[in-house]
Ligand binder design. Structure first.
Ligand SMILES: Nc1ncnc2c1ncn2[C@@H]1O[C@H](COP(=O)(O)OP(=O)(O)OP(=O)(O)O)[C@@H](O)[C@H]1O
Ligand SMILES: [Mg+2]
Length: 237
């Protein structure tokens, strides 16, 4: 592996069993992503964006092909190794948030740090900072049921970046945000990208996100149809 590669995918196929048959959600996917890339995955609903992010995140496994993430060949790693890679080096913003309902905003955002055994004073500092970044300081003790959709989304974003991961996988991260919040979130992501060379992949339909991307990968019917380099992306919100 070239040491700059964050993701290397070769000949990926993903089939799901459906009623005694198979549905092919991804086919012939080849992709290489280097450190510090700020990339989008776009395509119609059902084109395979979430499936691809789940496979990159080690949450789902390929039917065929090789996937390497942050120097680890996922086919050769155990469930535990994939969990550790995700916990230590990846941030995942799920399309459906996946917040824990009995936890407050603070506790949800704190979770990755607890799992990584960060001590409590540093946790307090980092969680407070991440919650401030996404503009939820006044909601830190609220539970998800008391939050709006956009506030849940911002909590999920804070949780994905609180441990400063090398790679952030973001599935429609602005789907429930107004324009002002979307630009604000992109500004935070750009800052992480500039300062820490954090790599990002955004699955999105949102033109506001796309304006910031330096590369856009188009998916259609489970296949990459175009890999577009963007010449003059927005660099500030
Ligand atoms: N567990 C599963 N079992 C069977 N089919 C699945 C499963 N997960 C996804 N699919 C199918 O795979 C295809 C790709 O789904 P995926 O969720 O990746 O699409 P997407 O591009 O993220 O769409 P959207 O923009 O609506 O979020 C869809 O046709 C979906 O129905
Ligand atoms: Mg999806």
């Amino acid at each position: 592996m070239e040491n700059n590669a964050v993701i290397t995918i070769n000949n990926l196929v993903k089939r799901f069993p459906v009623g005694g048959d198979f549905f092919t959600a991804l086919k012939d996917v080849d992709l290489k992503l280097n450190k510090g890339e700020f990339t989008g995955l776009v395509g119609p609903s059902g084109s395979g964006k979430t499936t691809l992010l789940n496979i990159i995140g080690g949450l789902d496994s390929p039917s065929e092909g090789q996937v390497s993430v942050l120097g680890q060949a996922l086919n050769d790693t155990s469930h535990g190794d994939r969990a550790r890679l995700r916990r230590e080096h990846m941030g995942f913003i799920f399309q459906s948030y996946n917040l824990l309902p009995v936890y407050t905003v603070f506790e949800n955002v704190e979770l990755p740090l607890i799992l990584n055994k960060v001590e409590s004073r540093e946790r307090e500092e980092k969680v407070t900072q991440a919650i401030e970044w996404v503009g939820l300081s006044d909601k830190r003790d609220s539970r998800p049921a008391m939050l709006s959709g956009g506030e849940c989304q911002r909590t999920a974003i804070a949780r994905a970046i609180v441990h400063q991961p090398a790679l952030v996988l973001a599935d429609e991260p602005t789907a429930n945000l107004d324009a002002e919040n979307s630009h604000h979130i992109m500004k935070i992501m750009l800052q992480l990208n500039h300062e820490l060379s954090t790599s990002f992949i955004f699955a999105t339909h949102d033109e506001k996100i796309m304006a910031y991307l330096r590369r856009i990968i188009h998916l259609d019917d489970g296949q990459i149809t175009e890999d577009e380099k963007i010449k003059n992306p927005k660099t500030s919100a």
